[in-house]
Design a protein around this ligand. Structure first.
Ligand SMILES: Cc1cc2nc3c(=O)[nH]c(=O)nc-3n(C[C@H](O)[C@H](O)[C@H](O)COP(=O)(O)OP(=O)(O)OC[C@H]3O[C@@H](n4cnc5c(N)ncnc54)[C@H](O)[C@@H]3O)c2cc1C
Length: 95
């Protein structure tokens, strides 16, 4: 109850989204909104690696990789990829 007269009648569009929408609209694996759960074996260094173990030169970044979910964590994973690429090219990682 927000105390606004006639609010219910003034709502023109009401839309709920769920896992199926996340899968269809955003390509989210199994419709998950946050990637793998932060259980111990899927957190920090145990989370998915930034470097593909199958395809040389393929890197991953974002919430499914280490260190985890949330925009700050995703930016850290992007930084880890940047440092890995520079290291692979024989360049200093702190530039
Ligand atoms: C409801 C909600 C609230 C949140 N609130 C916060 C918050 O307050 N603070 C915070 O730090 N984090 C929050 N998060 C978490 C944060 O949004 C995510 O951790 C972060 O956005 C993940 O970034 P990402 O780049 O890994 O993936 P995403 O941001 O999901 O980006 C992936 C992109 O890839 C696109 N894509 C998928 N498949 C394909 C394909 N085949 N081809 C081309 N493009 C494709 C998707 O459409 C999407 O644009 C929230 C998440 C949710 C769901």
């Amino acid at each position: 109850m927000v105390g606004i007269d006639g609010l219910k009648d003034r709502v023109r569009v009401r839309r709920s989204i769920g896992p199926a929408d996340f899968a269809r609209e955003y390509g989210a694996w199994k419709g998950g909104a946050l990637g793998p759960a932060h259980t111990l074996r899927q957190s920090a260094f145990f989370r998915g690696p930034i470097r593909s173990p199958k395809l040389d030169g393929l890197y991953y970044t974002g919430s499914t990789t280490m260190p985890g979910i949330g925009v700050p964590m995703c930016l850290i994973s992007a930084e880890l990829v940047r440092m890995s690429l520079r290291r692979a090219a024989g360049r200093p990682t702190d530039a």
